[in-house]
Design a protein around this ligand. Structure first.
Ligand code: CP
Length: 326
């Protein structure tokens, strides 16, 4: 068990060892149990987390804010429309200045080819830990909550279990690729058989795919790419179909939306769920485009674990804050 995590940034799970991630999960389960029993756990009394949002959020904002309060501290909501963070204040200034006021800095910056670099620039200038609340490349806290949820359903040894990380059609907007990228990176480290299913235009970053392949080799799992939506579901224990933009094919959102029109039938419905294992669970980070990405019958059905996933955001984030911000 690795317990010396004070001061550590969490920008991608790839930068935390498997033992460190196991520690974070142990602490998350302990905090979940304490909350269920009403046991106080104010490990961060008088500490302050600055939360910088360059992009909207429901779950991430509310769970980080609630988590800091439950740990005895305070979270500041710093929005790009009401402050100067998106103009004028440089990443270096933010890291230096907010690092002097607060005990941790959490950032959501999803702009393509900007977000991850911004977070790394803030981290380089900050004396306190920097937590990635989602960037253009990674969404680590979502995927840690997903891992916690999968382990709650299947046990901690996930070797040999198959997860299908699939693209799905959505009409609302071109969603970041950070969720599927983080999923293939983390699940491949726990011995899972990872399938990435997507149309040819919806590729992920080649270096991320290579890292997932390497992770799978090291963990005794496997990594495969499918281009047939139905094929990805067959026999899977975990299905995680969600939409993302065709950023690796075009940076024009309108062109990306036009490409998506070719695949409007990539919707998760009861027929597709029946192709997966009988005990399969359906996952989605939310928000989903209901009856476009997934039917109501699936997302509200007996195989769906979306509310457990959303809840576990709270527990993994509290664990990360308690371990890094003490
Ligand atoms: N899943 C997730 O990150 O939700 P929000 O975008 O609402 O924070």
């Amino acid at each position: 068990m690795q317990t010396d995590l004070r001061g550590r940034d969490l920008i991608t799970t790839q930068e935390w060892s498997k033992e460190e991630i196991e520690t974070l999960l142990d602490v998350a389960w302990d905090l979940k149990r304490k909350r269920a029993l009403g046991e106080p756990h104010a490990y961060l009394r008088d500490k302050v987390l600055a939360m910088l949002f360059f992009f909207t959020s429901t779950r991430t904002r509310t769970s980080f804010e609630a988590g800091m309060a439950q740990l005895g501290g305070h979270a500041q909501f710093i929005d790009h429309t009401t402050t100067q963070i998106s103009h004028g204040d440089t990443a270096k200034e933010i890291g230096e200045i907010i690092g002097r006021y607060c005990d941790g800095i959490a950032i959501r910056q999803c702009d393509w080819k900007v977000g991850n670099q911004y977070i790394r620039d803030v981290a380089a200038a900050s004396r306190v830990p920097v937590l990635n609340m989602q960037c253009d490349v990674y969404h680590p806290f979502q995927i840690l909550a997903d891992l916690m949820t999968i382990m709650e359903k299947f046990g901690r040894d996930l070797r040999g279990k198959t997860i299908n990380v699939s693209w799905a059609y959505a009409s609302s907007y071109q969603k970041p690729i950070s969720v599927p990228q983080s999923l293939i990176l983390l699940m491949s480290r726990f011995g899972m058989n990872v399938r990435l299913t997507r149309p040819p235009e919806y590729k992920l970053m080649p270096d991320i795919v290579e890292q997932a392949r390497d992770n799978a080799k090291r963990s005794g799992g496997s990594f495969e790419i499918f281009e047939d939506f139905d094929e990805g579901f067959k026999g899977a224990d975990v299905v995680y179909p969600k939409s993302w933009g065709a950023m690796l094919t075009t940076e024009d959102p309108e062109e990306s939306a036009r490409i998506g029109q070719k695949y409007t039938d990539w919707i998760t419905d009861d027929r597709r769920m029946a192709l997966a294992a009988e005990h399969a669970i359906y996952m989605h980070c939310l928000p989903a485009d209901r009856n476009i990405e997934v039917t109501d019958s699936v997302i509200d059905g007996f195989q769906s674990v979306v509310y457990d996933e959303a809840e576990n955001r709270l527990h993994v984030q509290k664990a990360a804050m308690a371990l890094t911000m003490r």
